[in-house]
Structures are given as structure tokens and as C-alpha cells.
Design a protein around this ligand. Structure first.
Ligand SMILES: NC(=O)C1=CN([C@@H]2O[C@H](COP(=O)(O)OP(=O)(O)OC[C@H]3O[C@@H](n4cnc5c(N)ncnc54)[C@H](O)[C@@H]3O)[C@@H](O)[C@H]2O)C=CC1
Ligand SMILES: O=C(O)[C@H]1O[C@H](OP(=O)(O)OP(=O)(O)OC[C@H]2O[C@@H](n3ccc(=O)[nH]c3=O)[C@H](O)[C@@H]2O)[C@H](O)[C@@H](O)[C@@H]1O
Length: 439
């Protein structure tokens, strides 16, 4: 099939390259000329495992091309919308400028029978609003939310754990004939679907809500365990053991119960805020009011890490050298959008600490956001440090040798903002180990 993907960021570039790997002819469109140039040359414009190989194979094999000109989407039968929906500059709702702009730009190039498929995460009601303009062009609109995780994005796209199609309901039609979109999407994903891949075919509103509900649930799980960490901290309990113990109950599950500096990234934080804003618009603010508390617990964890560093330094970080290990919002990503790790580095810098921050992949993005920070290698960060703080659980930080490091730092204090280090090993090497919600 011929497919266009409008928007080639963290979601769109992976989607375009994966669709080509699944056997389709794909053109990726982005307004960012530098991104398109990199992609056209077969390079990934950001760090994502397995993506460079896929882009190289796709472009070299002639199945995958990129363009800044939306007119190049003409001729494709399926057009995925994968542009950003960031938080509004004023307010907490989603900024739909890019979605509206992408659809408006695509409309003149649609042919009757084309399918436009929204992948961007949008407030409930968006597809219903956009559908008439698409239909006027003789095309159909569907919403097919994406659940990929950065760091596993290629795998999640090539072999999704479920697919959700939001389509326009034809009230009298049988389930499988609600719209032509279902058959077209099944064809798109034919090579990605295993016999047991769950498929949910539903209306626009449910599909849009599934996406934000999933992210809201994940955020809630993380803030729940971080709230338990807060209680553990005043009672001498250990939140990691607590998470293990409740996680053995498979109704609860151990996943997403890692207490630490909290969640960040380009999705969870902005999605729970946009969901709250949309619910308020709909007069149902009270139904998701708890998400404000989820957000508040999450932000308090960043304060907590900074406080622990300051306390460990005797009450002031001023002029103290602090090694900040990690800047990305999670390992295996260079993404620093709303990153708790970067935030901790910025706050410590703001308190007058001599911060040297490091990350295997995210220094360039961090420097763009916060040029005032000083960045270096792990060795440069740790040398003569008064305190070491780990805020992204990259494997290379988990594997650091506390015995060797002890002779390099000025003071053997480590704040483990991700509860990812081996406590016994670090303590045996003479370090004052401070975790979150841990004895
Ligand atoms: N990053 C992720 O892991 C996931 C993201 N999502 C959702 O996907 C959407 C995109 O997110 P990201 O890829 O992370 O954002 P991003 O900011 O990395 O990428 C968006 C891209 O769209 C481009 N763009 C904006 N307007 C355009 C237009 N009119 N025509 C063509 N390109 C245009 C931008 O230049 C940018 O490259 C958001 O709604 C997000 O919530 C959903 C699941 C996973
Ligand atoms: O909508 C999206 O964009 C995506 O958002 C998240 O994916 P992602 O942001 O890539 O990362 P996650 O693995 O969910 O981690 C989010 C944040 O939570 C933190 N986290 C995660 C798990 C945990 O136990 N504790 C914890 O603090 C991570 O460090 C990270 O900062 C969802 O997991 C994806 O399903 C979804 O598609």
C-alpha cells in the first residue's frame, strides 16, 4: 500500500520506517527541513534503538522517502497524522494547532476513497470535529491511537500489544462493516498482527479516551508508589520491598511501581493535564480531579531529590560540586521533554551548586533547553564531586563500580533518584547511600 505519514518526530519517524519495513511504500512529511534532510540521508534525527537500521534499509530499498512538501503525500491511499499535541503555552490543555494545520494542508491533496488516520494523542471530540472536512474531500477519517514506548518504539510498532481503531459509526451496519476504514487498517497492519493481537474497533470518542485513559492509569500507578515512598520516608519502611510485595498480586502487578524521581517525557505529564482540561470543558472536571493530585505527587518527587542532595551536603549546595548522572526522561532515549532528571540538574544549578551533568545520549537536547548548565563525561562529572545523584537509570550508571569511584570523589555521598543502584555494594564500598522511600 502507499502510505504517507505527516509529522516525523518520535512517533512519526518510527511509524514511517516501520510501515516501510512491513512492506508498504511510505513517504514521511515534516515541516522541519533539518529532520527531513537527516531522514532522507538515512539517519535517525533522534536516539531510538533499532530505528537507524530501519531508516537505512527503507531509504536504500526505495520504499521509504521523506519530504517537506505535503503535495508529496498525494497518491498515497492512507495518510497517518503524527504531528505533536504539546501542552498549550497558556493553560494545561492540548495545543491542536499542528493537528489542525496538518489536516488543513492535506485536504487539497486527498482523493476520494483515501483514509486519513489520526495517531496523535488528542482530546476527546477532536475526530468528530475534523471528520466533516475530510468527508467533504470524499475521504474517511479514523483515529488509531499509538501506545509505543520510547526506547522500545520499533518493537512496539512492528508487533503492537493491541490495536484500537476509532471509526465513524454507521448505526445499522454490522460490526465489521461500520466503515471502510476497518478493512484498510487491517491491510495496513496485516504483517504486524499476530493471530492473538487484540483489536478493538470502536467509535471516535472511545478510541481517543482509550489513549488518554491508558496514560492516566500509568501515571496513577507511578504516583501511587511515589506516594507510598513519601509515607515510607517518615516511617522507616522500604518502598522497593513494598512494591515487590504488592506486585506479587497479579491483580496489581509489579510493572510501573518503581518509585523514584517520577515520570516525565513528552506524553504522560502533558496527557494527564490535557485530559483534566478537557474533562473540565465537558463539565466533568470532578471525575478526573484526582489527576491533579497525581501530577502534584509527581512534581514533589523532584523537590524531594533536590532536598536530599542539599541535606546530604549539610544544608546548602552553594559552591558544592554535584555530579548529575542522567538527563533523559528515561533510559534508552535522548528525549528531555519534561525530564525530571534535567529538572533536578537545573534546580541544583539554581541553588548555586557546581553541577556537571552527563547522559549517554541526551546532552545535546539538554544543552538546547538549558545552555546555562555545564555538561561533561561521567568521569568529569564525578571527579572531586561532593555528591553524586543518579536520576536516569541507564545501565552504565547501574554498573558503575562504587569501589573505584570512592577514590575519585571528594565525598562518598550518592543520592539514587531511581532506586536503581545495588545498595549493599555501594554501602560496602563506604558510600552514604540515599534512596527514595528506602531505609
Ligand atoms: N513520543 C511518543 O512516544 C508517542 C507520542 N504520541 C503522540 O504522538 C504525537 C506526536 O508526538 P511526538 O512524535 O513525540 O512529537 P514530536 O514533536 O517529536 O514530533 C512532531 C513532528 O510533527 C512535525 N510537524 C508539526 N506540524 C506539522 C505539519 N503541519 N506537517 C508536517 N509535520 C509537522 C514537527 O516538525 C515534528 O517533527 C503526540 O500527539 C504524542 O502525544 C503517542 C504515542 C507515543
Ligand atoms: O503516549 C505516549 O507517548 C507513551 O507514553 C508512555 O511511554 P513513554 O513516555 O515512552 O515512557 P514510559 O516507559 O511510560 O515512562 C514514562 C515515565 O515514567 C517513569 N516511570 C516509569 C515506570 C515506573 O515504574 N516508574 C517511573 O518513574 C519513567 O522514568 C518515565 O519518566 C507510555 O508508556 C506509552 O504506552 C505511550 O504510548
Amino acid at each position: 500500500m502507499k502510505i504517507s505519514v505527516i509529522g516525523c518526530g518520535y512517533l512519526g519517524a518510527v511509524h514511517a520506517a516501520s510501515m516501510a519495513a512491513l512492506g508498504h511504500d511510505v513517504v514521511g512529511i515534516d515541516v522541519d527541513a533539518a529532520k527531513v534532510e537527516a531522514l532522507t540521508e538515512g539517519r535517525a534525527p533522534f536516539f531510538e534503538p533499532d530505528l537507524p537500521e530501519l531508516i537505512r534499509q527503507g531509504t536504500a530499498g526505495g520504499r521509504l522517502s521523506f519530504s517537506t512538501d505535503i503535495a508529496d503525500a498525494a497518491g498515497a491511499g492512507v495518510h497517518f497524522i503524527a504531528v505533536g499535541t504539546p501542552q498549550l503555552k497558556i493553560g494545561t490543555g492540548a495545543d491542536l494547532t499542528y493537528v489542525n494545520g496538518a489536516i488543513a494542508a492535506l485536504l487539497p491533496h486527498l482523493r476520494p476513497g483515501d483514509l486519513v488516520v489520526g495517531k496523535s494523542t488528542v482530546p476527546v471530540g477532536t475526530a468528530e470535529r475534523l471528520s466533516p472536512a475530510v468527508e467533504l474531500a470524499g475521504a474517511e477519517l479514523a483515529w488509531n491511537p499509538e501506545f509505543l514506548r520510547e526506547g522500545h518504539a520499533v518493537k512496539d510498532t512492528i508487533a503492537p500489544d493491541r490495536l484500537v481503531y476509532g471509526v465513524k459509526l454507521v448505526p445499522s451496519g454490522p460490526l465489521s462493516h461500520r466503515s471502510g476504514a476497518v478493512g484498510i487498517l487491517n491491510e495496513v497492519y496485516a504483517q504486524a498482527i499476530a493471530n492473538d493481537t487484540p483489536l478493538v474497533v470502536t467509535d471516535f470518542a472511545t478510541a481517543e479516551l482509550v489513549k488518554v485513559a491508558a496514560n492516566a492509569f500509568l501515571a496513577t500507578k507511578i504516583s501511587f508508589i511515589n506516594a507510598m515512598a513519601e509515607i515510607a520516608e517518615v516511617t522507616g519502611a522500604d518502598v522497593t520491598q513494598l512494591a515487590d510485595a504488592i506486585g506479587y498480586d497479579d491483580r496489581i502487578g509489579r510493572k510501573f511501581l518503581n518509585a523514584g524521581v517520577g515520570f516525565g517525557g513528552g506524553c504522560l505529564p502533558k496527557d494527564i493535564r490535557a485530559f483534566t482540561a478537557r474533562a473540565e470543558e465537558l463539565g466533568r472536571g470532578e471525575s478526573v480531579a484526582f489527576l491533579k493530585e497525581i501530577d502534584a505527587i509527581n512534581m514533589r518527587r523532584r523537590d524531594r531529590v533536590v532536598d536530599l542532595v542539599v541535606d546530604s551536603l549539610g544544608g546548602s549546595a552553594y559552591q558544592k560540586k554535584v555530579a548529575v548522572l542522567g538527563l533523559a526522561f528515561k533510559p534508552n532515549s535522548d528525549d528531555t521533554r519534561d525530564s525530571p532528571a534535567l529538572d533536578v540538574a537545573v534546580r541544583l544549578h539554581g541553588l548555586g551548586a557546581r553541577v556537571i551533568a552527563t547522559d549517554p545520549e541526551a546532552i545535546a537536547n539538554s544543552r538546547l533547553r538549558h545552555p546555562q548548565l555545564i555538561f561533561g563525561t561521567t568521569d568529569e562529572a564525578i571527579a572531586e564531586a561532593d555528591a553524586v545523584v543518579v536520576v536516569t537509570e541507564w545501565n552504565e550508571y547501574k554498573e558503575l563500580d562504587p569501589v573505584a569511584l570512592a577514590s575519585v570523589v571528594r565525598t562518598t555521598i550518592v543520592v539514587d533518584g531511581r532506586n536503581c543502584l545495588d545498595v549493599t555494594k555501594w554501602r560496602e564500598a563506604g558510600w552514604t547511600y540515599i534512596g527514595l522511600g528506602r531505609r
